[in-house]
Design a protein around this ligand. Structure first.
Ligand code: FAD
Length: 480
């Protein structure tokens, strides 16, 4: 199937929805492509329709904002301005060579369709679909950073976001007695959500030091709404009797066939475990997360430059344009910063795209409020990210037999050998020597751990495709 559209938006989370809405409001025809069965992305993840949830809002906050976005997009779908392709997994976005550079010729004829968005349809992902478009907005969000520790591969250990996805999307609890651990603000909604839904949350174990938050108080004070949100979660934790332990880490997960307990301990500033502080908490589930990383695969296949600061996010200008002509990016693919920042960026991108596709000069004054919110929220999240850095010393605490790459079952010892006696000094060489990152997930999970263990910079993976593609689909592609 081949469709034509003015704009293809990849990702129907807060950024993609806001971008699609802003562009469609201004007369742009949009095709919204998303891997999920329903719109919403990670933040507005909806229960599966078949479950017939009567009060889905009980699992969410900012429900009214979601309703506004959803209703706006639904209106455009009914009017034929937006086409929403659900359950479509985009594996590559292709650009015809020879397009005009930014500023030279912003007017694009609707027929030109300079991009092809390649997707795989349905749960089996065996049928190829191609969407032609004149411009692309990448709004593919982020994913959780997973850091290994002894016992992390036991059944019963899940990511914090995974536990939340089970609850929000499947209306199920990951277990009865849960420890929520790691670092970052995501742990708060996860712990409160699980407790409210009936799990016994035995502890919220946060490695960050509250003093690191206090030191950044001025940056936080500029965003009082976020502080109120934090206080609201703190109140909820108190009400549910959840013990919050800061400057604590999970040292090890224990169990034979599945998780039975975790050992936690206090750490000092340099990441050393305080003698005598270790204690065991019985639990059947550990929901663990160490922050987030941007999804950049599709941007990389298009040749978009990543940010100079950390080389893990897509670089954009004030209009949310990447450095590839007619490709915009918004939301967590450009840096981790929450749903409100994703919406602001999506809105700016949608307006910029609409103006440029219609051949008019975009007027930044028309999105001044969103731009102000973007600046404030970026400052806020930069400070937050620094305060919630992964705990010092996590690399030294990894035993040599701890599996680091679970797809290929590569241990920390093997990775250390590759970097030590074999002299590997980049992730690709470590991969070639050990197979770490060569499996199904192509290093999306283990790359931060391999980088930490070897001291190699965490650079983007340079994968040709964003997900595995059946050979039959590749063979069926037209030659042009
Ligand atoms: C697991 C998880 C749980 C979170 N929980 C919370 C929370 O409780 N509270 C909070 O404040 N923040 C939470 N966040 C952060 C919050 O979700 C984000 O800040 C916000 O959703 C970012 O919006 P976005 O539009 O940039 O990306 P997302 O909401 O992540 O949306 C991206 C969309 O792109 C789609 N997509 C990605 N790649 C492809 C592809 N190749 N093909 C097709 N579709 C694709 C995805 O299906 C998704 O719908 C969570 C994040 C994660 C990862």
């Amino acid at each position: 199937m081949t469709e034509r559209a003015h704009l293809a938006v990849v990702g129907a989370g807060p950024a993609g929805l806001a971008g699609a809405l802003a562009a469609a409001d201004r007369g742009v025809r949009v095709t919204l492509v998303d891997a999920a069965e329903q719109a919403g992305g990670q933040f507005y993840r909806q229960p599966a329709r078949a479950l017939g949830a009567r009060r889905p809002e009980a699992l969410h906050h900012q429900w009214r904002t979601w309703e506004r976005l959803r209703d706006g997009v639904d209106r455009h779908i009914a009017a034929g301005r937006i086409t929403h392709l659900t359950d479509h997994h985009v594996w590559c976005v292709e650009r015809k060579p020879g397009r005009a550079e930014h500023g030279q010729d912003p007017i694009v004829a609707p027929e030109s369709g300079s991009f092809t968005v390649h997707a795989l349809r349905g749960s089996a992902q065996e049928e190829g679909v191609a969407v032609r478009a004149d411009a692309v907005l990448l709004a593919t969000g982020g994913y959780e950073r997973v850091l290994p520790f002894p016992g992390w591969t036991l059944p019963g250990v899940v990511t914090a976001g995974g536990a939340q996805a089970m609850l929000k999307g499947g209306l199920v609890l990951p277990g009865r007695t849960v420890v929520v651990a790691g670092t970052g603000p995501l742990l708060l909604p996860v712990a409160t959500g699980l407790a409210a839904a009936g799990a016994r949350v035995a502890a919220l174990v946060e490695s960050a030091d509250p003093r690191a938050l206090l030191r950044r108080a001025p940056a936080f004070a500029a965003e009082p709404g976020k502080l109120a949100e934090g206080a609201w979660y703190a109140g909820k934790l108190l009400r549910h009797g959840v013990r919050t332990l800061s400057r604590h880490i999970v040292v090890e997960a224990h169990g034979t066939d599945r998780l039975e307990a975790v050992t936690i301990a206090t750490v000092d500033r340099s990441g050393r475990i305080r003698p005598g502080s270790a204690r065991r908490i019985p639990c059947d589930t550990l929901a663990v997360g160490h922050g987030m990383l941007p999804h950049t695969d599709l941007a990389e296949t298009l040749g978009c430059t990543l940010s100079e600061a950390d080389r893990t996010a897509v670089r954009v200008d004030d209009e949310q344009r990447t450095d590839v002509p007619e490709v915009w990016a918004a939301g967590e693919t450009t840096g981790i910063g929450g749903a409100a920042l994703a919406r602001a960026e999506g809105h700016i991108a949608g307006r910029s795209i609409a103006a440029r596709l219609c051949g008019t000069a975009p007027d930044p004054r028309s999105w001044a409020a969103a731009a102000r919110a973007r600046t404030r929220l970026r400052t806020f999240f930069t400070a937050l990210e620094a305060a919630y850095a992964p705990p010092a010393g996590w690399v030294e605490r990894l035993t040599d037999d701890t599996v680091v790459c679970r797809c290929e079952e590569v241990t920390a010892g093997a990775v250390r050998t590759a970097a030590g006696s074999l002299g590997a000094c980049d992730l690709r060489t470590v991969k070639l020597l050990t197979r770490a990152g060569m499996g199904w997930c192509q290093g999306r999970m283990c790359a931060p751990a391999v980088a930490g263990l070897t001291g190699c910079p965490l650079t983007a993976g340079r994968r040709p495709f964003a997900r595995p593609v059946p050979l039959g689909v590749l063979a069926g592609l037209p030659d042009d």
